[in-house]
Design a protein around this ligand. Structure first.
Ligand code: ATP
Ligand code: MG
Length: 407
């Protein structure tokens, strides 16, 4: 008798991305082990194989990786030297450190993308406030300044209106407590200055690549960020000409191939008012702008991520419906989310909801809703209604059913 064992994947980080990856792994019969920051994190609540430990400790990560067919990520903050050591041990790290550095460090990302001719805003790594002010004087104010590492959800991004504010990012670096949660903690954090792109909108190009080089591209999404946090996506991006959409997909596929990424690569894009696109940044893990794929695509980003890290053939990334709208549920005045489902589900039987098992705190991502349908306005209205209601925003509870709408 042959000894049959399941595929074993280790995911580092226990947030909601790992939680949703667990759901995909369950469907595939894959054993997903989670290295979680705490016993009650979003993924640790639902995974059967959980190690609680510090992902910045080399021994912890090495021990966790033992017996895994591949190691992958819920976030991009694992120190590169630890991942290089894993690779030296013969562990399949996917994406590998040579690619991941471009999602971890925005200065590395800008340098590499510029070298390969990918469209970027004007940018420069600046050493001090004087250089930052000189950059602003050269490209024109306002400008954007970013920490090269450790930022998330807009933390570590500043819009500066004049040279008077050029000290701000450097002061934040010196006094790291001003960046919430002490996220900016690693050595080698630099400040990247960027031209302020007066974009018409933001787009997201999500592709999946496997180690053997197969790659697929999801349709392009329009994404809306508020206070640096993704709040809504619409897929396909309304009004985006087909040749522009194809151009964005090709760009993301080219970046995936040149960097040798494995799994999801999300390319955050800004569409200028003349219709041309520039890259904002890269993520090499399932991405918030890809959550619509759980209900709206033939194969979700989470499933294809798992398939890719195991080098299995990838699933169809296409959309099932004409329009799919995902709206994040950010912590608001509704603490009892489960109870609030009554209204949402009674009103809209086709609505899809995911909660992340996180305690409601103001502005925190605690879940998302997805609506799909043939009519863009109605689909948007349904998603916004449900998310607005779950966030306790005024006025949603007494709105009538939308036209044609108990669907
Ligand atoms: N050069 C720019 N010009 C105009 N707006 C910008 C620029 N760079 C970033 N932004 C805005 O700031 C947001 C956050 O920037 P960025 O994605 O670099 O930060 P982040 O904290 O890494 O975000 P994430 O939550 O995606 O990890 C962008 O989505 C965009 O709205
Ligand atoms: Mg971003």
């Amino acid at each position: 008798m042959t000894d049959v064992r399941p595929y074993v994947v280790g995911i580092i980080g226990g947030g909601q991305l790992a939680r949703m990856t667990c759901a995909a792994a369950i469907g595939l019969g894959v054993e997903l082990r989670v290295l979680a920051e705490g016993p009650n994190t979003s993924a640790a609540q639902v995974a059967r194989w959980v190690t609680v430990g510090d992902y910045t400790d080399a021994d912890t990560v090495r021990e966790f990786a033992r017996g895994c067919d591949a190691i992958t990520f819920d976030h991009e903050h694992v120190p590169i030297h630890i991942l290089e050591a894993l690779e030296a041990d013969g562990i399949a790290v996917r994406p590998g450190p040579a690619a991941l550095i471009h999602a971890q460090d925005k200065a590395e990302m800008r340098a590499r993308l510029s070298a390969m001719g990918a469209p970027c805003p004007e940018h420069e790594v600046v050493a001090d406030a004087g250089e930052l002010a000189a950059f602003g004087d050269r490209v024109g104010w306002p400008i954007i300044a970013k920490t090269s590492r450790g930022g998330y959800d807009g933390k570590g991004v500043w819009k500066l209106d004049s040279a008077d504010q050029a000290e701000e990012p450097f002061a934040a670096l010196a006094d790291r407590t001003t960046v919430e949660g002490g996220v900016i903690s690693s050595e080698g954090v630099r400040i990247v200055a960027e031209e302020f792109v007066d974009f018409a909108r933001e787009l997201s190009a999500i592709v999946v690549r496997s180690p053997s080089g197969q790659a697929v591209a999801h349709p392009i999404s329009e994404t809306v960020q508020r206070d640096g946090i993704c709040v809504e996506t619409t897929t396909p991006a309304p009004g985006l000409p087909e040749e522009r959409a194809t151009e964005a997909q090709r760009l993301a596929l080219r970046i995936a191939h040149e960097l040798g990424t494995v799994g999801i690569l999300a390319v955050e894009l800004m569409e200028r008012r003349d219709g041309t696109i520039v890259v904002n940044e890269l993520a090499m893990r399932p991405h918030n702008t890809g959550h619509w794929t759980i209900d709206g695509a033939y194969t979700s980003q989470f499933e294809n991520h798992v398939r890719a890290v195991l080098d299995l053939p990838l699933g169809d990334p296409g959309a099932r419906a004409r329009w799919t709208v995902m709206h994040n549920v950010l912590g608001g005045s509704v603490a009892d989310l489960p109870a609030a489902l009554l209204h949402c589900f009674a009103r809209d039987p086709k609505l899809r909801v995911q909660f992340y098992g996180k305690e409601v705190r103001p502005g925190r991502k605690v879940g998302h809703v997805t609506a799909f349908g043939d009519d863009l306005e109605q689909t948007l209205a349904r998603a916004r209604h449900a998310a607005g209601y779950l966030m306790g925003e005024e006025g949603w509870a007494d709105q009538p059913l939308i036209d044609g709408g108990n669907r």
